[in-house]
Design a protein around this ligand. Structure first.
Ligand code: SF4
Ligand code: SF4
Length: 193
């Protein structure tokens, strides 16, 4: 197994050709992390702040310091619920929730080997569902996650009870604008995001 030091060197080599993190986040989100003045209002409202190593204001600070490897390998990104409370509370329009979303996408693209398999599997399973149906199908999400993670039989005993309580539906839900959603995916793929 590769040592942590060797993994860090490999990660740095893999990302050495890239622009600064601040430049890349500015391109992807329209926000410059250097604008954050570290007031901490975002983290004060974050429901996951106590569970993470890097709270939203820490993420902005590390992004401004160009700590790409540290941030992209951080489990904290994957504990974010996407509730956008941080973004709503920011008095400076720094939009931490979008920055965290962009960092997740960059982690998948740029340092896939540093990403724990369950996180990667969940991320791709979620996107599979949105791309296919425009929203989440719980059953489809579960099957896609299990196939991608290899955890085929984990929690298998929960399935029948969920069916009985009407939590799992065989027919996936579909929104009317699913073609527009797919067009957004296509445009992002063409834009390299
Ligand atoms: S609320 Fe906005 S300005 Fe304040 S620390 Fe968070 S991101 Fe930075
Ligand atoms: S979007 Fe993520 S980082 Fe922001 S408040 Fe919600 S859980 Fe916290």
């Amino acid at each position: 197994m590769m040592s942590t030091e060797a993994q860090t060197v490999q990660s740095e080599n893999a990302t050495a050709h890239l622009p600064t993190l601040a430049d890349e986040l500015l391109r992807r989100t329209g926000r410059n992390p250097a604008k954050c003045y570290q007031c901490g209002k975002c983290s004060a409202g974050c429901p996951m702040a106590a569970e993470t190593d890097h709270r939203p204001h820490d993420v902005l600070r590390l992004a401004g310091l160009d700590r790409r490897e540290q941030l992209l390998a951080s489990e904290s990104l994957w504990l974010c619920l996407g509730c956008e409370t941080c973004t709503a509370r920011c008095p400076n329009d720094c939009d931490p929730a979008s920055v965290i979303d962009a960092l997740k996408a960059m982690a998948v693209e740029q340092l896939p080997d540093a990403l724990p398999k369950p996180f990667s599997a969940f991320h791709h399973a979620f996107l599979d569902q949105i791309k296919a149906h425009g929203r989440i199908s719980e059953l489809g999400m579960m099957v896609s996650y299990k196939l991608r993670s290899g955890a085929l039989f984990a929690d298998a005993t929960s399935g029948p009870g969920m069916f009985q309580r009407g939590k799992l539906h065989l027919k996936p839900p579909k929104i009317e604008g699913v073609d527009e959603v797919r067009a957004i995916f296509k445009a992002c793929e063409e834009d390299g995001q």
